[in-house]
Every structure is written in C-alpha cells, then in structure tokens.
Design a protein around this ligand. Sequence first.
Ligand SMILES: Nc1ncnc2c1ncn2[C@@H]1O[C@H](COP(=O)(O)OP(=O)(O)OP(=O)(O)O)[C@@H](O)[C@H]1O
Ligand SMILES: [Mg+2]
Length: 454
Amino acid sequence: MDKKVILIAEDDPRVGESLRLLLKKKGHETLLAPHGKEALQRFRHGMVDLVITDLVMPKMDGIELLETVKGLRPETEVIVITAQGTIEKAVQAMKLGAFDFIEKPINPRVISLLVERALEKQTLILQNRDLRSRLEDKFHFKNVIGRSERMVKIFELIRHIAPYDSSVLIIGESGTGKELIANAIHYNSPRASMAFIKVSCASLSEGIIESELFGHEKGAFTGAIASRKGRFELAHQGTLFLDEVEDIPPATQIKLLRVLQEGEFERAGGNKTIRVNIRIIAASNRDLQEAVKEGRFREDLYYRLNVVNIKLPPLRDRKDDIPFLVDFFIEKYNRRYHMKVKGISRKAMNLLTDYEWTGNVRELENTLESILVINSPDVIDVKHLPQEMRELRQRPEAIVIKIGTPLEEVEREVLIQTLRATKGNKRKAAQLLGINVRTIHRKMEGMEAFSEVS
Ligand SMILES: Nc1ncnc2c1ncn2[C@@H]1O[C@H](COP(=O)(O)OP(=O)(O)OP(=O)(O)O)[C@@H](O)[C@H]1O
Ligand SMILES: [Mg+2]
C-alpha cells in the first residue's frame, strides 16, 4: 500500500510529537502543525489523506479547520481530539462530518485503530468513485458503435428523448445492445447522477418478483425477517430498467400499471403508500404486440411502456456496422489485456462481415475477445477465426432453380451468382464455369443486372 499522509494539528507540542512518533512507527507519513491556520496551509499544499486535530487551538480552532477541510475535499476524514470540557464541541464536530473523536489523554491503541479505520473508509470511497467514473465512461454514447443508417437514426432518437421522463420500450434480438442503449439513455438524461437499477424479470420467480420490485415489511411472509426496499424504491429519482419485461406475471402486471400511472405503491405486507419518481425503460427480445394479442401481456401496460419505441435491428441487417464494431472491440480488448493487436486482414474482415451473427453484437464481441486472448496475433487473419467462419469461405453456394425455368434464365442466374461469389472477379468466374473470359464479357453485355456485381 502507498504511504498515507496524516496531518496533525495540535498546539501542545508533547501531545503532537508523541502522536507523530506513534503514527510514523505505523508506517505513515506525518505533518505537524501547531494551530489550525498552519494546518490549513499544509493541507492546501500537500496530498493529505487524513487530518487529526485538537479542538481548542490558537488562531484557528479545530471546528473551523474541520469545516474548511470538508469544504475543500469532502472525502478527507477528520479525527477530532477533545479534552475534558470540550465534549460539546466534539458533538458539534461529529455533526459537521468528523470521522470520530478521541479524548485526551490519548490511548495509543485506540488512536491507531481509529486511524486505520478512517483510512480504510477513505480508500473505499475513492475506489467507488473510480468505479463510477469508469462506468460512466463505459456507457458514454461514444462507446455505442453504429454508423449504419438505421443505427444513426436510433442515436438521433435517443439524443432527442433522453432528457424527458417518458417510458421507453426497446425491442431487439438477443445481443443487439438493448441494455447498452438503456444505459446510454439514462446516462444522457438529467437522472444520470442518480441510480440506474436493473430488474431481470425472467430470472425472478413469480413468488419473489413482487417483493423484489416493491419491497416487503418484516413478517410479510415466512422468511421476511427484516423489512427490505424494493427496486422501485432503490431507483427513486433515477431509472428503472425492466429487462425481459414480457416475463412479468399477470398479477404483477396490474401492480406495475398502477405504479406507472400513479407513481405509488405499498411494500408487501405494508400499508404505507410509497411515492416514487422514476423513469422506466423496458426491453424485450420479441415484439410485445404478439404477447398482447395472445393475452399474455396487458394491453394498457403495453401502451404505458411503449411511449417511445426503439427497435434495434439485428446485426445481419446492418452489416456496414461490422467493420467499426470490429475495430472498436480490438481496441477495447487491447486496452483491457494490454495487448498490441494492430488490426485485421481484409480477408478476415470480409468473412466476419459475411457471417450470419445469430448472437448479434455479443457474439461478434466474444469472438474477437477470444481471438485476442488465445492468439494475440500481430494482425488478425483468416486462420485465427473460428472454424465455422473459415468454412463459410469454402462452402459452395447453392442456387435454387425451379423446374421448368427457361434455360436462358438459368444461365443468367448461374452467371450472376458465380460472379457474386467471386466478388465480381470475371477471370475466376470464367474458370469456375469452364468458359473463357471473353464469353463472360459477351454474355454480360446483354444483361443490365450485371452492373451491380461487375
Ligand atoms: N452498438 C454497440 N456498440 C458497442 N458494443 C455493443 C453494441 N451493441 C451491443 N454491444 C455489446 O454487445 C454485448 C451485448 O449487448 P447487450 O447486453 O446490451 O445486449 P442485449 O440486447 O441486452 O442482449 P440480451 O437480449 O441477450 O440481454 C455487450 O457487451 C455490449 O456492450
Ligand atoms: Mg440484455
């Protein structure tokens, strides 16, 4: 662990010096100031992790020092030393955010323990903040990749609707980025600094989903040994993400509808009405209208959720995004695993673009991650791709021709498809068809449709 810097403000040199020696022995860096004013100067200059201050001092007393320190850097912990007769001041200090107080004469064991606890708490706060900023970075819009026309339109829509509280329903196949988009909406809304709470409706059994959503009071059911807040309460002033929303059981759908309409509910086993202010984003793999038609999903609830509708296209319908996603993921995993993969060969990229990604972006991402982790090549090439993708290259394409198709049309179809398979390479196509290149040119002249492949 890094050395921690502890600032001691104490006007009695004997107390100050012995405290300093003690903390030094524990491996900490120490600074000693004879009054609050000098302590503050030192605090402003150095990276102080913890402040220990006497309360009664000349020039600037401990309370004022505490207030100023907390104002400058709120995450700094302050331990207050009190003498007899200043206990009221110690109470005041606690209210102002002091970590704890210790009475004179100082017991070395007690102060050592307090110091360790205060430093530990501070480390946790800083780690938390770091995590938070990394999360925000992760969900920043710039990390949602999409250059295809359909995705660009979706981004425009998101930018437009993010600031409002209207409910959003996101529909898309597995791995198309529903959760990512839900996050992007939240982190680009005025609620960004508040909670984003996710509920995976499919993973919660009918028995527990209500207590998960709305919480419960102690004794509401066997096993409810303490009262507990539900996700609705946790998401207050933030965003609640209802994932796989079509799996919410009918009885819960009614309660959900009421919260959406009135913004209030009761905990299970409780009679106090709780009011919340929440934005709802729901997601589903399938179109909810089907579920409504089949009577599995309440129509009124559907309309409540479906104020803004976002349909995420599967990756096979936006192949132009694939090269950008590939670059993005190479970059992402280079950073994560400290690798230096430079890029991908054109042939390998073509295979990735042609592949039918049933698992959508998640499958593409996993594929690249495993290539980087397993091979960490200089440049990703065809040989690094999973077998099923390499086979795609060799598999002969088939053409279905109906019985009775005029021969002229058959010839034309075979010609077009062969040229497509060779990516317009006429020499190669001629070779495959067993004719010479000039014949291909001649046959093409009469067919306008060739313009798209040649
Ligand atoms: N447009 C995108 N740009 C960058 N990464 C993306 C994009 N879309 C999806 N991803 C990544 O693909 C993975 C799957 O995305 P996400 O979990 O949001 O999908 P989903 O639609 O919620 O899937 P499921 O239905 O299986 O829950 C995540 O790692 C996500 O970061
Ligand atoms: Mg998801």
